[in-house]
Design a protein around this ligand. Sequence first.
Ligand code: ZN
Length: 405
Amino acid sequence: MKSFSLFSLSFLSVAAVGAASGAQVVFDDIPAPAPVAEQPAAEAPLPSEHQVNVIYFLGNDNEPVPGYETRLSDILLHLQGFYGSEMQRNGYGNRSFGLRLTPEGRAAILVLRGKLPSAEYGYDNGGAWKCLEEINEHFKAHPEDCRSQHSFIIMPTFYNAEYNDDTPGGVPFFGLGTNCFALDYAHFDLRYLGEDSDRGRLLTKWYGGFAHELGHGLNLPHNNGSATENAAHGTALLNCGNYTFGLKPTYLTPASCRLLDRSETFAPQGSTTTYYATHEAPAVEDVAYTFDGAALHLSLTTPADWLVNAYVQDPPYYVNQDYDAVAFPLAPTGAPADGKQTHSVTIPLSELTSLSHTAKAEQALDLLLLAPDGSRFRTRLPLDWATIKPNQEIKPDKLEFSEGY
Ligand code: ZN
């Protein structure tokens, strides 16, 4: 049974969460992004074996927002360029989520009409689940339309007493397993990106949200960068970057790019990997960590070809309270031997300055194991600063990993 995580139901309270966690980001030394019109056109990413299913989902009583084909294609290609350039900066080459293109070079969008009135597909009435059921029915009947296990579903804003093109909303807007939901409205148009205007700020809110939710749909958990990464690159997209995207420097962490490298729609053309086929956690041995007074040193052994990310965060730990989790990829140490690989990382306290409880109270140290086929398994080690003694090695009991984020 594949486990699902539901992210960002409290999307609108992200800023409050960030503020409460003491997250502070310095932007002053980093130039803001140039307006879209002044940016060089992004080089097309390398061809991909699988493509994200981009679906424009309607009720039985509404129509697409005018101009959606061009507006959404411009935004999808721009976003594909952002992910590609961040992958390149992190050493993975210009690889991004694959998109199916029309003969004119636009992002192809599959328009599906649901069986129910559009009001039935709302944020608050289980609309996402009803919509997914109908999309799955469509894919069963038209397997040629299903290009991967990842779907990006866009619905027009509601138009009622509460919502319209100036205050869009009402429809699902979150990541749900390998799917994510976003919305369309008349001014959802790249030409406003970075503009100091109501439409510019509204675009960052919804396009930044779209960029962040797509990250969830492509396997990314919430995470923040280290103090050094934040000082160099701005705000991590899977932290609170949905509020800065397009206005201020926003980036993908090395831990996020490592997950994308093994995400289905990033697979290069010719890939023969069957994605997400691993459902059993691997054997993990020799887990040990030591605190030397200034840094944690963590090491463990997994089967060869697996990778490990570590995340340190303040309580509370439940869904949507994890924006603050600072991510550290473990590096393989030496060559694999006997089919096993040792990994290690040093986590200096000085890189955790966005957290408020460091070395004062309990925190969580999560380990995420990444299979060659992109499956993920996660467990949590308590980091009880009251009992950690400097230079004393801690070896946790056997760890139980669960599948998912
Ligand atoms: Zn989120």
